[in-house]
Design a protein around this ligand. Structure first.
Ligand SMILES: Cc1cc2nc3c(=O)[nH]c(=O)nc-3n(C[C@H](O)[C@H](O)[C@H](O)COP(=O)(O)OP(=O)(O)OC[C@H]3O[C@@H](n4cnc5c(N)ncnc54)[C@H](O)[C@@H]3O)c2cc1C
Length: 303
């Protein structure tokens, strides 16, 4: 029986593993893919304190090595379900069942994607899901935002301040974000909105990077929009299927946890992008991981 099982080895889970190792907890971190989480596929990180600029995969490796050097216990596995049985947990993966006194869910989230031709190939080569992270790369360029909800409109307004021209592609007749946010976006002189339009395909340029987007409108008119960057804001899917039966998620599937990372189930903690929160960045994910472990310690003492 472990003291704590950490689900996910992204920035949040790896930080939790570091704090757990230093606190002498018997801890197991379970990861279904490459350790590092979302940052593994991130070109450059320029806003993580202490590192002016480094690639996401380098930061992921540094975090993983740090956890391993402290003796963190890591296993490959896809967690399917977390059960609370009396005062302990059963964590069921595709190949094993583990038991622990506490669980930290740090499984992050995945972006919804358009599933159109060339999308997979251009991820990290023009297609991004994070304007704060990748926006500055496209300073002075032509850029597209796909989506019309709050995230799309707020991020489009931010991007408009950086880029030469921004086209927003929205599938509905209007932008569905808050009125004020929409007004702010539409005031920008370098923004065009294409309503009732769908992305048909992304174009790969001679350099292997994105060069444009093929769009079809409600009258079936097809046009090509020149763009070096596309930001898809059509929603995120928190990875919380494994704890759904425990009733700790909100209507969008994010885990509800307080500032101690405690959920409503004693011993079950949530950390990083997977929880309901305002800012999802590496720095907030790592902070959550540290806080979660401090409160796991308190929980174990109180049992
Ligand atoms: C394109 C892009 C660029 C970004 N750029 C920046 C940036 O420049 N700066 C910045 O601060 N932030 C950036 N971010 C945000 C940052 O990546 C996230 O905030 C951060 O990775 C969240 O860490 P996390 O550990 O909570 O979740 P994640 O990084 O999502 O890690 C979760 C981990 O859990 C694993 N997992 C999921 N389900 C299971 C399961 N069932 N069983 C086992 N393991 C599971 C996943 O495989 C993954 O490794 C970017 C995000 C994206 C998408």
């Amino acid at each position: 029986m472990y003291d704590v099982i950490i689900i996910g080895a992204g920035p949040s889970g790896l930080t939790a593993a570091i704090y757990a190792a230093r606190a002498n907890l018997s801890a197991l971190m379970i990861e279904k893919g490459a350790p590092g989480g979302q940052i593994v596929n991130t070109n450059e990180i320029e806003n993580y304190t202490g590192f002016q600029k480094l690639s996401g995969s380098d930061l992921a490796l540094k975090m993983f090595d740090h956890a391993m050097a402290l003796g963190a216990n890591y296993e490959y596995g896809n967690v399917m379900e977390v059960k609370k049985i009396g005062d302990f947990f059963e964590v069921i993966t595709d190949s094993n069942t583990y038991q622990s006194k506490a669980v930290i869910v740090a499984s992050g989230m995945l972006p919804r994607t358009l599933n159109v031709p060339n999308e997979e190939q251009l991820k990290s080569n023009g297609i991004s899901f994070c304007a704060i992270c990748d926006g500055p790369i496209y300073k002075g360029e032509k850029v597209v935002v796909v989506g019309g909800g709050n995230s799309a409109v707020e991020e489009a307004t931010y991007l408009a301040s950086l880029v030469q021209h921004l086209t927003v592609i929205q599938n509905l007749k209007e932008l569905t974000a808050d009125k004020k946010a929409v007004e702010l976006l539409l005031k920008q002189k370098n923004v065009t909105v294409l309503y009732e339009s769908l992305v048909e395909e992304f174009i790969v340029g001679d350099d292997g990077k994105l060069s444009g987007v093929i769009v079809k409108d409600a009258n079936n008119v097809v046009k090509t929009i020149e763009a070096r960057g596309v930001f898809e804001y059509i929603g995120w899917l928190p990875v919380t299927h494994m704890v759904k039966p425990l009733g700790v998620t909100d209507q969008w599937g994010y885990i509800i946890a307080n500032e101690k990372m405690e959920t409503s189930v004693p011993g079950l903690f949530a950390s990083g992008d997977v929880r309901q929160k305002q800012i999802r960045q590496v720095v907030t994910a790592t902070a959550d991981g540290a806080i979660a472990v401090q409160n796991v310690l308190k929980y174990l003492e109180s049992r």
